[in-house]
Design a protein around this ligand. Structure first.
Ligand SMILES: *[C@@H]1O[C@H](CO)[C@@H](O)[C@H](O)[C@H]1NC(C)=O
Ligand SMILES: *[C@@H]1O[C@H](CO)[C@@H](O)[C@H](O)[C@H]1NC(C)=O
Ligand SMILES: *[C@@H]1O[C@H](CO)[C@@H](O)[C@H](O)[C@H]1NC(C)=O
Ligand SMILES: *[C@@H]1O[C@H](CO)[C@@H](O)[C@H](O)[C@H]1NC(C)=O
Ligand SMILES: *[C@@H]1O[C@H](CO)[C@@H](O)[C@H](O)[C@H]1NC(C)=O
Ligand SMILES: *[C@@H]1O[C@H](CO)[C@@H](O)[C@H](O)[C@H]1NC(C)=O
Ligand SMILES: *[C@@H]1O[C@H](CO)[C@@H](O)[C@H](O)[C@H]1NC(C)=O
Length: 815
């Protein structure tokens, strides 16, 4: 009896198992897949079956990752034709076609094979997530008669091709879902533009929304130039095809690019095995300047300036009075449209919309120039390939739309100008065919308005920089030249011979002085003590690299002075000093109401993300803290001291170091104790900063009267007791939006979680700050109590210095 019962249960169990899944990756002509059953790829990565998205009851056939706690659908068959019950049947029919039918056997969706296939056909789900119909075509060898990778939904997977099969005319593009409940095609499309000079375009309906810039041999020209450790990508362009594709360097890692309709974003995610969740790696558009044609024809967007739109040198806004940038800019001096015209070189540009451009791979830059000059409708040219110093020719025959200043990876662009304009711009550099262009970033709001009106781009030669470094163009940011070198005498003069009265503070690398140049511009001078282990040349190289990092939330390095024993770094002066001089001060804290604080939080986050991800150098700050966030006259936050750790001998970008640089109270546990650092240790410090800004309390030195908890511990306790609002700084009472503050505390706690892998990436932090999506529950943070009580080995650490313009670096040797 028992035996009978047992075998009965076994049978039932077996039956049940075979019901729920074929445990197979294929079906053949004689088989079908009904609702409730699935196909699983050989290595178990992907699963195909019927599903209902979000809160919808409709049934769709789709492919998702198997064994993921969050169901992530990567492909949908019947996007526009859902089945309203469980009667769906996926069949490989007699003529070898893949057909989805519903209850009355009506065809809901089919793979639309044009030819009848008589040989046996096999439907297989591959480990890549590709669903293929294998069979013989015209008696030839076996091929894919059809594959899902050719008909993407909203997701691009590794190995998938975005773009064109030029032989058949098939185009593969990804289209957002209408909503999380409805996979039918939404408004946003990401596609390869089939043109002479191809680029990736994100469309919103029939309007261009964002462009990648044309491919320059290495990458799309509007992406930061750097080797990517996680994936490699290419644009395949030949007679047969034109497509973008990417591969993971670690074949076992999961990654996907998805077009999200609700957020207006194209997002790239990487699967985090440790936390079993998707981590946002990057997204597009990145910022305001990515908005297509924001500044109109011949306008250029400069993200570090406000307002961001400018006209190119030699142009003025077309609209009068109130400037309507969509109308773009017009020339100051009209063209002759003959060989009388010439070209002015603009450096570090995102190249304009490539639709009206033509490419000739065989021409060099000189031939390109000649050809362009000859044709009266040619408006600009440049190299089409930047590899090996540049080759090929791309010419624009039409309006120059959607340019931006792109100091990290932009290209030179030679724009047609009238002879008189060139003469004007070229005064200094006789005999040179082109002119170097400098963008002036003017410090005050009034002058900014002047920039807006005229869009000044002025010319300045290299020689001038060295000898005349303090004309009225003090804050010259040269996009092409090296970092301006200041004379020691100039700086000594500006700081009253490094007078003690001008000293702003003392950091680990030396004192900081305030200075005033002859023309009145205020500067901050960091005088490096002689501790640097690095050679002069290396130091100079590093400093030049940092000078190229430009972001409105980073302090601008204006120049340096390396003369004899003296090594000086010259920065823009920040009149409002550092964040800690406000938030931790009982009186001054009132100046920063909640909206200003939130603005500071968001700006700081963007600055950190730029360092981590968008800058050429991929910098981990390692000493993020309130005293390293400086405030300009409008209370815009600017991060200081980035990259110094690297300049001073620790040039690892990620990994393990013996030399721990940082400040007690802000350091992530794994960094302080083991010297392990990564972008996630900066995220930890950012989290502390966030909690400090909300609470007005220092993490270090905070003791709640009832317990031994530090600020994190206290915040965590309040969070778990459901009283996070008790953390809020009394200074901002009345000025805040409670939901926003609570959200910031929530994000802060996510950033300070014990395990680096649990902490969000900076792109995620920024999205969380900017949207109202549901956030995950934070796990236990690192350091609930002040570590001083438990560990002694860091007693040698310098306390956070309380300098005023604070260029502090506290460093000490880790074990
Ligand atoms: C489901 O769809 C079929 C036809 O597509 C229709 O006849 C039927 O009424 C629908 N059922 C429900 C519950 O909506
Ligand atoms: C298989 O499906 C295709 C597409 O729906 C259809 O045109 C063809 O007639 C079907 N073949 C058979 C034998 O039903
Ligand atoms: C198949 O072809 C029909 C008719 O040409 C078309 O309406 C349908 O959208 C196509 N389906 C797919 C999946 O391409
Ligand atoms: C878009 O992103 C939001 C927020 O992360 C998410 O809730 C939604 O499911 C996404 N939409 C789709 C279609 O995946
Ligand atoms: C990525 O690199 C691998 C190995 O070098 C290469 O085989 C593959 O084709 C590359 N993929 C892309 C999309 O460039
Ligand atoms: C072009 O230049 C020539 C020679 O200098 C001059 O005669 C002509 O008027 C110019 N044309 C225009 C449209 O400026
Ligand atoms: C200039 O180039 C365009 C695009 O290649 C071409 O259509 C046009 O005919 C050319 N004009 C002249 C005058 O050569």
């Amino acid at each position: 009896m028992d035996v009978f019962l047992f075998s009965f249960i076994c049978c039932k169990l077996l039956f049940f198992l075979s019901e729920s899944s074929f445990a197979s990756d294929t079906i053949t002509s004689s088989q079908s897949l009904s609702d409730g059953r699935t196909l699983v790829s050989k290595d178990g990565s992907f699963e195909l079956g019927f599903f209902s998205p979000g809160s919808s009851k409709n049934r769709y056939v789709g492919i998702w990752y198997k064994n993921m706690p969050v169901k992530t659908v990567v492909w949908v068959a019947n996007r526009i034709n859902p089945i309203n019950d469980s009667s769906g049947l996926l069949v490989v029919n007699q003529t070898g076609n893949l057909v989805l039918t519903s209850q009355d056997k009506s065809v809901v969706w089919s793979a639309n094979l044009s030819k009848v296939v008589r040989t046996p056909v096999v439907l297989q789900l591959l480990d890549s997530g590709n669903l293929v119909l294998r069979g013989e075509r015209d008696g030839g060898s076996e091929t894919y008669l059809w594959q899902s990778f050719d008909y993407p939904s909203d997701t691009l997977l590794p190995g998938m091709k975005l773009g064109w099969d030029l032989k058949t005319g098939l185009e593969r593009r990804i289209t957002s879902w209408k909503s999380p409940d409805d996979p039918s095609p939404g408004n946003f499309i990401w596609a390869v533009e089939r043109q002479d000079n191809p680029e990736l375009i994100m469309w919103k309906g029939s309007r261009k929304f964002q462009r990648s810039g044309p491919w320059n041999g290495l990458q799309f020209s509007a992406s930061p130039l750097r080797p990517n450790p996680i994936f490699n990508f290419s644009l395949v362009s030949n007679e047969d095809e034109l497509c973008y594709t990417f591969d993971m360097r670690d074949k076992a890692a999961f990654s996907r690019i998805v077009m999200n309709q609700t957020l207006y974003l194209l997002q790239r995610f990487i699967w985090n095995k440790a936390t079993q969740s998707w981590e946002l790696y990057s997204y597009l558009p990145r910022d305001l300047c990515d908005t297509y044609a924001l500044c109109g024809a011949c306008g250029v967007c400069i993200i570090n300036d406000l307002p961001v739109c400018h006209c190119l040198n030699g142009f003025k806004p077309k609209s009068r009075g109130y400037v309507d940038w969509s109308q773009g800019c017009v020339r100051d001096k009209s063209l002759n449209y003959s060989r009388q015209d010439g070209f002015i070189k603009f450096t570090a540009m995102k190249l304009p919309d490539a639709t009206p451009s033509r490419v000739s791979k065989s021409m060099n830059l000189n031939e390109c120039r000649e050809k362009c000059l000859e044709n009266s409708s040619c408006m600009a040219y440049t190299n089409s390939d930047i590899r090996g110093g540049g080759s090929g020719c791309a010419m624009w025959f039409g309006e120059l739309i959607d340019m931006r200043d792109f100091p990290d990876a932009g290209q030179d662009l030679y724009i047609r100008m009238s002879a008189s304009e060139i003469e004007y711009a070229d005064q200094g550099a006789k005999g040179k065919p082109t002119t170097k262009i400098v963008v002036i970033v003017v410090p005050t709001a009034a002058l900014l308005a002047a920039v807006l009106i005229a869009g000044y781009l002025i010319h300045k030669s290299r020689r001038n920089i060295k000898t005349e470094n303090k004309r009225e163009t003090d804050q010259v940011q040269n996009m092409d030249l090296q970092l301006p070198l200041f004379e020691l005498a100039t700086i000594a003069n500006a700081t009253d011979n490094f007078s003690i009265n001008n000293k702003l503070g003392e950091g680990g690398f030396g004192p900081v002085y305030k200075g005033t140049l002859v023309d009145g511009q205020e500067i901050a001078v960091k005088r490096l003590s002689k501790i640097s282990e690095q050679g002069l040349k290396e130091l100079k190289n590093e400093v030049i690299l940092f000078s190229k990092l430009q972001h409105r939330n980073l302090v601008k390095l204006l120049g340096c002075c390396i003369q004899g024993e003296e090594k000086l770094l010259i920065y823009e002066f920040m009149p409002n000093k550092s964040l800690n001089s406000f938030i931790f001060d009982q009186e001054r804290c009132k100046i920063l109401d909640w909206s200003k604080r939130f603005h500071i939080i968001c700006g700081t986050a963007r600055g950190v993300m730029y360092l981590h991800q968008d800058s050429r150098l991929r910098i981990i700050h390692r000493d993020l803290k309130a005293s390293n966030v400086l405030l300009d006259q409008d209370m815009n936050p600017k991060i200081s001291d980035f990259g110094l750790a690297r300049a001073f001998g620790g040039d690892e970008t990620e990994g393990n170091t013996k030399r721990v640089i940082g400040t007690y109270g802000y350091m992530a546990p794994e960094y302080a104790s083991d010297g392990q650092f990564s972008v996630k240790s900066d995220v930890f410090s950012f989290g502390i900063l966030l909690l400090e800004i909300v609470s007005g309390k220092k993490n270090r030195g905070f003791y709640h009267s009832d317990n031994k908890l530090n600020l994190i511990g206290h915040a965590w306790k309040l969070w778990n007791e459901g009283m996070p609002s008790q953390l809020i700084d009394p200074c901002i009472q009345g000025s805040f939006n409670l939901a926003e503050v609570i959200r910031c505390i929530h994000i802060g706690l996510l950033c300070v979680q014990q395990h680096p892998k649990d902490r969000p990436s900076m792109p995620s932090v920024i999205l969380m700050l900017g949207s109202e999506t549901v956030l995950p529950q934070p796990k236990q943070p690192g350091y609930l109590a002040d570590r001083k009580s438990t560990r002694q080995d860091y007693s040698s650490s310098t306390p956070e210095s309380c300098s005023t313009n604070t260029f502090t670096i506290s460093e000490f040797e880790g074990r």
